[in-house]
Write a protein that binds this ligand. Structure first.
Ligand code: NAP
Length: 398
């Protein structure tokens, strides 16, 4: 999809500033065109205040194809592991979609009942096996430590349930293959809850990439760092729970690079470990064709959490936190700038899109998501396996 260059007109109308005001022009069903302004060097005679140094530029952006999550047909969900992220998931699903939360499973009755009470969930199971066997449940959301995802996803699939598995999908690629194979054989959906993939802005970015609107991609950068000590979240520092920055935070930059560049040809990684033996911070350089991705992650500080894609004809900048619904800025090399609307749902409420996406897949009789196909989930974990190997992180039972 071409980014349209400067227009002939040099009369931008009312005084305005680059990037501060955008006028929607008539749009077709598939495309929305924004009028923005580009400052040019020099001030033509007869323009004492410099208005005409702002040259109108139109940039054609595709519309997102991500529907309102409230439009997705309802499924009956069971929550496996009522921890931190399960709480956010439950809240946004109840606020922004028609999905039903019908059961929760916790190893502790007290935790399960507390969670059920908070979200009006009718049934509490104190064994994960009972949730998998619950005939009133269509789909299970696995929100436990990475070390347990394989076994619990297999449990859900064995019970004939669809399964949405928190990122990182499993500890390693071999476990992911096993889960996805089982889902295929059972005819159910097993989807990685890499929620950024299902956001409205990501779909616009995907279309720009598919249409070659950025030209040849030269580089990708992506960063995710949070200050998380062992006292804040023991899970992240525990090798037995497959902790570490990479699988918890770095998985977002790795997934982002995969979205843009596909599977890397080469990987070079360095990192430092925590006293407990998981990766505290990692820097990885991935090459793919002529392009390079520079990815960083850390548990030692909150960083900018931004990302960018540089192409030969345009670049895209994602402000922090790049993996949430944020306005993406598209800048073409001729100076035109446009912003991709992040949509009406903000912050971690964006988790709802993955639930709606899975529900729509089921309604459509599909088991593979085009937004995150099984082979890409395996590819992403193949990359993290190699990064971990180079950095020296091995989990018990890896
Ligand atoms: N999408 C996001 O933005 C996001 C954010 C944070 C985390 N995550 C992901 O979500 C998953 C869970 O993270 P979290 O931060 O929510 O974890 P958490 O708060 O520690 O909760 C994990 C839950 O897993 C259950 N669990 C089962 N076996 C466990 C074990 N051996 N040790 C500890 N907990 C166990 C526990 O539930 P019961 O004991 O009650 O059964 C616990 O409540 C991870 O995959 C993580 O990467 C995603």
């Amino acid at each position: 999809m071409p980014i349209v260059g400067p227009q002939a007109s040099r009369s931008p109308g009312p005084t305005t500033w680059p990037g501060s005001i955008r006028y929607p022009l008539p749009c077709t069903r598939h495309r929305l065109t924004w009028l923005s302004f580009r400052r040019v060097v020099g001030r033509p005679a007869g323009d004492p205040i410099g208005r005409s140094t702002l040259v109108p530029v139109t940039t054609a952006l595709p519309l997102t194809r991500v529907p309102d999550p409230a439009a997705a047909p309802a499924l009956r969900w069971g929550i496996l592991g009522p921890g931190t992220i399960a709480r956010t998931f439950a809240s946004t699903v109840l606020t922004h979609s028609r999905q039903h939360l019908v059961a929760v499973a916790s190893r502790s009755r007290e935790r399960g009942e507390h969670f059920a009470g908070e979200f009006g969930i009718p049934r509490v199971h104190t064994a994960y096996e009972d949730l998998a066997a619950d005939p009133e449940v269509d789909v299970i959301y696995v929100a436990t430590p990475h070390s347990h995802h394989r076994a619990q996803a297999l449990l859900a699939i064995g019970g004939g349930k669809h399964v949405l598995v928190e990122k990182a999908f499993t500890r390693n690629a071999s476990e992911a293959r096993e889960v996805l194979q089982a889902a295929q054989e059972a005819g159910v959906v097993a989807l990685e809850a890499m929620w950024s993939r299902f956001l409205p802005g990501t779909d616009v970015l995907r279309q720009l990439l598919a249409d070659g609107a950025l030209g040849t991609i030269v580089s990708v950068t992506a960063d995710h760092g949070q200050l998380i000590g062992a006292a804040d979240a023991a899970r992240l520092h525990d090798p037995a729970l497959a902790g570490g920055a990479l699988l918890d935070l770095g998985i977002y930059p790795v997934s982002f690079a995969s979205l843009v560049l596909g599977q890397p040809d080469t990987i070079r990684a360095t990192g430092t470990l925590t006293p407990s033996g998981v990766d505290e911070q990692v820097r990885a350089v991935l090459t793919s064709g002529g392009a390079e991705a520079v990815l960083t992650t850390t548990l030692a500080e909150r960083t900018h959490n931004t990302a960018s894609i540089v192409g030969t004809t345009a670049r895209v900048d994602l402000p922090g936190d790049f993996y949430t619904p944020v306005p993406l800025t598209v800048r073409s090399t001729d100076g035109a700038t446009s912003t991709i609307d992040p949509g009406p749902i903000s912050g971690h409420d964006g988790l709802v899109y993955q639930a709606a996406h899975l529900a729509q897949l089921v309604a459509d009789g599909r088991t593979h998501s085009p937004a995150l196909p099984p082979e890409e989930t395996i590819g992403i974990l193949t990359t993290t396996d190699e990064i971990r190997r180079q950095v020296g992180v091995v989990y018990p039972g890896d």
